[in-house]
Design a protein around this ligand. Structure first.
Ligand SMILES: [Zn+2]
Length: 213
């Protein structure tokens, strides 16, 4: 396992890692401007939210999230259905923590692509190193994650590849496993103590936030 903890993590590396996810917009035919600064909340439902670190700079970023502030790093999928509801849930359930949103295609579930995994690792480890991160909320979602479809199934919808219905238990189990695998690859044992794993699970009209170990 490649580790980037310790030294050598600087803002240019974070920018490069963020750029690596820049093409995620083309995974979806998103017509609106979906890039969003890590200093801002994701867009409202109906619009994708791709976090782009080049929309801020390091002094502004550290001023916003640093200074001893207790932060929760929230990693989620840019999906237009789930990004904002997930953010709102994170804010509501962590009233004492300042939420730092990082939204890219597939959320935390990057483990099928070594370069994407490494890019997410750089971003997460930079935040853990520079900020007072009390919690990491590591998430993925059901009902057809386009990012995971791209990474794992050559674009085929996850539930179709699994031969089940969208939001079926089989898809949920697959996504929970994908979250766990990536968490294990991005964070070391010590860091995993503060990781909360969450499946954003749509069922009919309702969105549930399923935390699991
Ligand atoms: Zn997704």
């Amino acid at each position: 396992m490649i580790k980037t903890t310790g030294n050598g993590l600087d803002w240019p590396k974070v920018l490069k890692a963020s750029q690596h996810f820049g093409a995620d917009l083309y995974l979806v035919s998103a017509s609106a401007t979906p890039k969003v600064s890590p200093l801002a909340a994701p867009w409202m439902p109906g619009r994708y939210s791709l976090t782009d670190f080049s929309l801020t700079d390091e002094p502004a970023f550290l001023k916003h999230y640093g200074g001893g502030r207790e932060v929760a790093l929230l990693v989620g999928c840019m999906d237009q259905r789930f990004a904002r509801p997930l953010y709102n849930w994170a804010v509501d359930t962590n009233p004492r923590l300042f939420i730092l949103p990082v939204f890219v295609a597939a959320g935390i579930c990057q483990s099928g692509d070594p370069n994407r995994l490494q890019a997410m690792r750089v971003i997460a480890q930079y935040c853990l190193e520079k900020l007072n991160v009390k919690k990491v909320i590591a998430s993925g979602h059901n009902c057809g994650c386009g990012g995971v479809a791209h990474i794992m199934f050559k674009g085929q919808k996850v539930y179709e590849a699994l031969k089940c219905a969208a939001g079926d238990k089989k898809e949920n189990t697959y996504m929970q496993n994908a979250i766990s695998v990536s968490v294990n690859e991005i964070f070391d044992r010590q860091q995993r103590r503060i990781v909360q794993k969450v499946l954003v699970a749509q069922s009919g009209e309702k969105i549930n936030f399923v935390t699991f170990r």
